[in-house]
Design a protein. Structure first.
Length: 523
């Protein structure tokens, strides 16, 4: 045996065999996986107040600097695990007497608290409103089902052909700091932009001239929404509540078009406000908060009606269904929830994204919802089947906004007695007609077909998305194919919207500018 062999033998004697070391390593990994599994299953309260009380009972600080509700729950789990390890337990039966209620909560999946009389009255009004809207939508859909397939194909071809002609019509410098949201007014004559300066600005179309600037927030604005009846003939007027904004200081402000100061300031959120959205009736307003809740406000009474928990981290996205029966919320916990605001119950849990949900919107058909996430995808959810219907690999970076096209006449019902024209076969009696008259007849038929298409409902035919990859994209809502990609400048696209007349698309960028896109028929 030479010196090298002796060295090797000594090494084996000191360190053991490779098999022994591998078994020890595997055992350690299995132990770690079991520990993490027990850690995930450990019962802790979902109510942040109870989490704080539990931490205080263990002699731990109730909250740490910069700690959110989700982080606080994780810290409580860690403290309980350390206590159980010190006791020699398995980490699953900490403080059994106090955890009994938590176990019940986990089994039930949700809990309820008694609401106010104002909330009860609001829910009764919401029920009546939503049932009426649902009947109208279903009646319209029954008429659309009877529409010949050829007319539907013709309408889609016409709409998509126009969208393919969209290009950048121009851009405008929006503010001194990044823009956060952009929204078209209901009459498609103004654009509302908000920025991290705390200012909101109104611009005219299509010239993009500044109309007014509203100052009131002390921190960056996270969301903005027009009142559904604002700027419309016979609507609420310039002195009424025309739009709302949510700020980083935790307040929601209601604005008119005429005044420079907010009509009202709604306070209640304990942290930043994300997106805000008006209920289709215009009587209520929803706001998403970084305090882990979303809230429902009475616009007329300027009063908070509901504080809804259900997310373990910050809530950022919020959207109402067109019928007014449902509202969806999405947050940094990568979970979305659909709520029945008439009862307060959860209608569906949107569990599938692997990163935070940044945007969501209901389709006009009433049963689909699109969610955009930091995982670069858009998911289309079917509320009837309670599952994901389609996954769109939408952008190369985070999806910041999603918007279905909804025209102003989406609630109207097409005439059921609308006559279906001939299939295009020329009657034999026309053979003797001279060529000029024959051309006139063909042109008249083409005009009639366009008039028929205009009577069809175009809402929901396509979806637009924006991403941090500096692109705005248009997708068909039947096969979810890409129709058109619109490039902006080098800044991340923070928000996108489409006008109710489908003539314009606008996007707001991190680079402090916003862009206006249009097609051949826009100007």
């Amino acid at each position: 045996m030479d010196l090298d062999d002796l060295t090797v033998d000594n090494t084996y004697q000191l360190g053991g065999s490779d098999d022994e070391r591998e078994r020890a390593k595997n055992a350690a990994l299995i132990e770690e996986l079991d520990r993490k599994k027990k850690f995930r299953k450990m019962a802790v309260p979902t109510d942040d107040k109870k989490v704080r009380e539990r931490l205080r009972a263990y002699g731990e600080p109730m909250t740490l600097f910069g700690e959110g509700p989700g982080d606080r729950r994780d810290r409580l789990k860690y403290v309980q695990e350390q206590i159980e390890q010190a006791r020699g337990g398995d980490g699953m039966d900490v403080d059994e007497s106090s955890d009994e209620s938590s176990d019940d909560e986990d089994e039930e999946g949700e809990f309820y608290t008694e609401g106010s009389d104002d909330l009860l009255e609001a829910r009764r009004k919401l029920a009546g409103y939503s049932l009426s809207r649902a009947r109208t939508r279903i009646a319209r859909q029954r008429v659309e089902v009877e529409t010949p397939l050829g007319r539907i194909v013709s309408l889609r071809k016409e709409v998509f052909s126009e969208l393919k002609t969209f290009n950048n019509l121009g851009s405008q410098f929006g503010d001194d700091r990044p823009l956060s949201t952009i929204r078209f007014s209901p009459n498609s004559q103004y654009i509302l932009t908000t920025s991290w300066t705390g200012d909101s600005k109104i611009w005219d179309l299509p010239n993009l001239n500044l109309v007014s600037t509203k100052k009131g927030h002390l921190d960056k604005i996270g969301g903005a929404a027009w009142h559904p009846h604002a700027t419309l003939p016979g609507g609420i007027g310039e002195d009424g509540v025309n739009f709302a904004t949510g700020g980083g200081e935790g307040s929601v402000k209601l604005w008119s078009l005429s005044g420079d100061k907010p009509i009202a300031t709604l306070t209640g959120h304990e942290n930043r406000v994300g997106r805000v959205a008006f209920h289709p009736s215009g009587s209520y307003l929803g706001s998403a908060g970084f305090d882990g809740t979303w809230r429902l406000w009475d616009v007329e009474k300027q009063k908070e009606l509901l504080i809804q928990e259900g997310h373990s981290k910050e809530v950022y996205a919020l959207a109402f269904q067109d019928d007014g029966a449902l509202v969806s919320s999405g947050g940094f916990d990568a979970i979305g929830r659909v709520w029945d605001i008439r009862t307060g119950r959860t209608a569906m849990v949107l569990d599938g994204h692997i990163k935070e949900i940044l945007a969501m919107d209901f389709a006009p058909n009433g049963y689909q919802i699109a969610t955009g996430s930091g995982d670069d995808t858009v998911r289309i959810w079917d509320l009837r089947a309670l599952k994901t219907q389609y996954i769109i690999p939408a952008h190369k970076s985070s999806v910041s906004d999603v918007r279905f096209f909804k025209n102003s006449s989406s609630s109207s019902i097409p005439d059921n007695n609308l006559k279906i024209k001939k299939s295009g076969v020329i009657d034999s009696n026309l053979i003797e007609i001279d060529q000029d008259k024959n051309n006139d007849i063909l042109l008249e038929k083409e005009k009639e077909e366009k008039e028929e298409n205009s009577n069809l409902n175009k809402s929901g035919l396509f979806l637009i998305t924006s991403g941090f990859d500096c692109n705005v994209r248009i997708w068909s809502s039947d096969e979810w194919n890409l129709i058109k990609n619109l490039q902006t400048d080098s800044g991340k696209v923070m928000s996108v919207d489409i006008s109710n007349n489908s003539k314009f698309i606008a996007s707001a960028s991190y680079s402090r500018s916003f862009h206006l896109f249009g097609g051949d028929k826009s100007l």
